[in-house]
Write a protein that binds this ligand. Sequence first.
Ligand SMILES: O=c1ccn([C@@H]2O[C@H](COP(=O)(O)OP(=O)(O)O[C@H]3O[C@H](CO)[C@@H](O)[C@H](O)[C@H]3O)[C@@H](O)[C@H]2O)c(=O)[nH]1
Ligand SMILES: [Mn+2]
Length: 773
Amino acid sequence: MTSEMEKRLFTTEKFGGRALYKLHAATVFVGICMLLCYRATRVPAAGAGRAAWLGMLAAELWFSFYWVITQSVRWCPIRRHTFKDKLAARYGERLPCVDIFVCTADPQSEPPSLVMATVLSLLAYNYPPEKLSIYLSDDGGSILTFYAMWEATAFAKHWLPFCRRHNIEPRSPAAYFAQSNMHHDPSALQEWSFVKGLYEGMIERIDSVVKSSKVPEEIRVNHKGFSEWNIRITSKDHQPIVQILIDGKGNDAVDSEGNVLPTLVYVAREKRPQYHHNFKAGAMNALIRVSSVISNGPIILNVDCDMYSNSSDSIRDALCFFLDEEMGHKIAFVQYPQNFNNMTKNNIYSFSLNAINQVEMSGLDTWGGPMYIGTGCFHRRETLCGRRFTKDYKEDWGRGIKTKKHIDQTQEKAKLLATCTYEDNTQWGNEIGVKYGYPTEDVITGLAILCRGWQSVYRNPPRPAFIGVGPTTLAQTILQHKRWCEGNFSIFLSKYCPFLIGHGKTSLPHQMGSSIYGLWAPNSLPTLYYVVIPSLGLLKGIPLFPETMSPWITPFMYVPIVKNIYSAYEGVSSGDTLKGWWNGQRMWLVRRITSYLYGVIDTIIKLLGLSNMGFAVSPKVSGEDESKRYEEEIMEFGMSSPEYAIIASIALLNLVCLVGGLYQIMASGENMTLNGFFLQVLLCGLLVIINIPIYEAMFFRKDTGRIPFSVTQASVGFVLLALFLCRVKTRWNKALSRRRYKYSAAVSSTGENEKSLNAGTKPGYICVWRKKR
Ligand SMILES: O=c1ccn([C@@H]2O[C@H](COP(=O)(O)OP(=O)(O)O[C@H]3O[C@H](CO)[C@@H](O)[C@H](O)[C@H]3O)[C@@H](O)[C@H]2O)c(=O)[nH]1
Ligand SMILES: [Mn+2]
């Protein structure tokens, strides 16, 4: 037994505190059942807020269902630890070839200097250089990016030996120089300054070339690769370009100390307007093929262009899983979390993904493996290419092209694999490679791999393996989440729905866990309902919750309070501040009423075949003013957009309802009235408090990031309209209920009966309130 243990290259550890968690979940579950039972058995008579009541029931049913779904990943999450020393002892440098794919799409929103920092960090991995190949896919087909890469090639010859000699971390020069002060010994200081100077010089040249959008003629003569770009080339219309900038197998590819360099390849697959290019998925598939004739490593690491390597041992770390004797042969991919380096303390847009990274992915790992999230993921080449799991399959870890070949011939061969027509009548994008047709190509590809019998592993090391750039404005966050939720929702509605495709192949908790993100989008509707109707009910005197004296108030208090305490605990223990968690709640609301709502609408439009899929690239840079406000944690609006109008309208509506409702309660002068509306006041009040930054942006701020006046105007219009519609409806209801009195003697018309307040089952109540006013 112990000798078995000693062999393992990794261990698995369960999260602590699960008994307590399960106990808490059981009580919440009981609370939910009671709450639903109350809702279902107290439906008021028609006209007395029955529709509103039934809506509440539907929303609560949905929230309960969703809560159950999210329990799967919280039930028993696990952590993985690796033993890199054992790997070294067993394999030494006899390690497999590794190909790294970096995707970039647009030199404007993804500045080449940022992309190069990522590329350099990958080149500098602590890994045998002759076994390492880095491919940059440039969907922008831009000479500016190619130029930047040419510059990075020259800089790498100094950067790599510097990293190795001083064993520095992180190995992205941008990140390293941003954090390192000159705390070296004097002898190293000189070298440090020299390399820093080289780096800054390079960045300056790259940025100025990008700014002018033109590579000077005297530079273009330095590399024949530049001749690929003539005046007719645009990002959407060009021939395939494959340029091997460093041929790791060539004798001339050495750094300033004579050591071999990793292979470095620039790829811009062919683009023609009449051919659909399938966004990042298309780029990945082109890279899979191009790399197969250049290096053909059995392991493929995929990162986004902003995700630099933050830890030079990550490849070895991931290999501890693939090369493990007991489990290794079952593992298709090893996923690392997405971390960000541009987060502010309290995480104003809540993009840290902390709960997902720390809890949910670990929870999925228990049940068969995390999803593939598009970046920071090590794949087995064979599984990415569609291989099914079989017990007898043995990986050829020695595979890969290691001998020197004629570089021009290789490039020509590779270009043929990157044409628009290559995939015609093939299974690429379907059974082979990354899947097409969904804005979250990563999630669906990972799911398909797991359904072919493989497992995946989630690894979240103490020192983050990859760090990227998160959105720094509200608009960027909304856009990103719209793509994500739309992608995942359309997967959920397709034949790839985890419950369908996973049936009999993955466990039920895994299917539940992988549906969490697919069900983000539909959360929008019940959420919208919950932040509008109870508040309007407060204003209009329609009670929708049990009153304070009723025992039924217990589950209505218990469930949200305990859920939120747990969520705050989870946030804080995952690295958020308490304020960060609170900001997260605001963003949760904002995303649900904007991104997710749009996600639902767009998915439906797409299902009807009325529009095509898109992939809006997240900008990795922002303006100076914007950045400043971001650092000060002030929400950024700026331009006018329908999303902001929704946010502002909801905020304003709740303010009006709270003020109006409280006024009427006070005017009524009866405690009972407050009793009946206590939870509505609480809910509406919380919504107002959470929306404080929105009111500030509407009415008080003067900077350019405030909510534009036109949006404020529109939201005032919407709120007035909502109130007007309500009024019409109340009048109508009143008329209706008055008529009903005649038939129903049992109805209390005074409203003084305590029961009549309870749950708004008595139509007389509305009238009473109006009278008193
Ligand atoms: O036509 C395209 C569009 C995008 N990209 C690249 O795809 C990556 C991800 O795009 P980004 O705009 O940064 O999106 P994010 O929302 O940050 O990306 C997350 O979500 C995507 C799916 O929606 C995944 O593809 C990503 O890997 C994952 O990090 C970037 O490197 C882009 O350059 C392309 O190569 N071609
Ligand atoms: Mn990104």
